[in-house]
Design a protein around this ligand. Structure first.
Ligand SMILES: NC(=O)c1ccc[n+]([C@@H]2O[C@H](COP(=O)([O-])OP(=O)(O)OC[C@H]3O[C@@H](n4cnc5c(N)ncnc54)[C@H](OP(=O)(O)O)[C@@H]3O)[C@@H](O)[C@H]2O)c1
Length: 287
């Protein structure tokens, strides 16, 4: 069964090691260390954990990573000022606004994302970078979809001509994936809470990408024999991390599957580091 696992943790480790080499060479050439600043508003414990994981990985590979922690009662104007300072700071090459924002600020999320300089957009969520995906340009694209594609390609999983079903239509996951998969000639179907007969779509999928936030949403009886499953969700059940898939039972019927943890999570962090390096290279004018 081991050979069925799409090991995101292992691949992320390898990609990070390669990136560390590239960063070291670039720093020798320019004398400038790539810098990522993460803005964390409020005290959400899951966000804090994610931010710390990202910072640790960045530091291990030679990215100067700092976290600016802001009070959850900060005003919209104060947050705008912080972003503005970072946009204007030439030593900051990449900016990450950790989401979700506290409730009071959440409705302005699109405004803050748009305010971040598109060339410093570590998360690939600026409207300009999202728009570039229409032209299949993935240079600074969203990290999770980028990580999914990297993982599929690393394992030589054919995407061309496949029926790919994505259960999620968020800006972070489903929407960017549409373009990345079309670019690679898949037939893409997006499902969501208003999809009629969702099980019909799930049963037809050659590649199934799920991010619905529901443990055991995907069970053995719903899937096609030999399907490839990408489980993006990070649910907590009794303190333990799990995805949407009834992993143990689905394992024998699928061809390949990502574990949770150890699948898409580490790939997302690797792509954040990759985006940071891309943003840095553009700003220090190296290729
Ligand atoms: N590993 C990582 O690095 C990483 C990165 C990003 C996200 N995630 C995880 O991925 C999950 C999704 O994140 P998100 O930000 O995209 O969440 P989200 O915005 O809440 O999106 C959830 C999506 O699932 C759909 N959905 C929910 N219940 C459904 C149902 N019963 N049937 C069909 N569709 C259903 C929703 O449909 P509607 O649009 O109709 O509501 C929505 O499109 C979360 O667990 C998150 O933690 C992990």
């Amino acid at each position: 069964m081991e050979d069925k696992i799409l090991d995101g943790k292992k691949l992320a480790y390898e990609l990070n090691a390669e990136l560390k080499e590239k960063i070291s060479k670039a720093v020798k050439k320019t004398g400038i260390i790539p810098k990522l600043i993460t803005i964390l508003v409020g005290k959400d414990s899951a966000s804090k954990t994610y931010v710390n994981i990202k910072q640790k990985t960045c530091q291990e590979i030679g990215i100067d990573s700092k976290i600016i922690e802001l009070d959850e009662n900060i005003s919209k104007e104060q947050l705008r000022d912080e972003i503005s300072k970072l946009n204007n700071d030439p030593t900051t090459h990449a900016i990450l606004l950790q989401l979700p924002l506290p409730k009071k600020l959440r409705e302005y999320t699109p405004d803050f994302l748009e305010q971040i300089s598109s060339s410093k957009d570590a998360d690939g969520l600026h409207p300009f970078n999202r728009g570039k995906l229409f032209d299949y340009n993935e240079e600074l694209a969203a990290c999770t979809p980028k990580g999914i594609i990297k993982l599929l390609e690393h394992y030589d999983i054919e995407i061309k001509g496949k029926d790919v079903v994505i259960i999620n239509r968020s800006n972070l996951v489903g929407k960017p994936l549409i373009f990345m998969l079309l670019k690679r000639n898949a037939t893409v179907t997006i499902c969501h809470t208003s999809t009629k007969d969702i099980n019909e779509y799930i049963r037809k999928a050659d590649i199934l990408i799920t991010a619905v936030r529901q443990p055991n949403f995907i069970t053995k009886d719903k899937i096609k024999e030999g399907v490839i499953i990408i489980d993006v969700s990070t649910n907590r059940v009794e303190g333990k991390l799990c995805g949407d898939v009834d992993f143990e039972n689905v394992l024998e019927k699928c061809q390949k599957i990502t574990p949770v943890p150890g699948g898409i999570g580490p790939m997302t962090v690797a792509m954040l580091c990759d985006n940071t390096f891309t943003a840095y290279k553009k700003q220090v004018n190296i290729s």
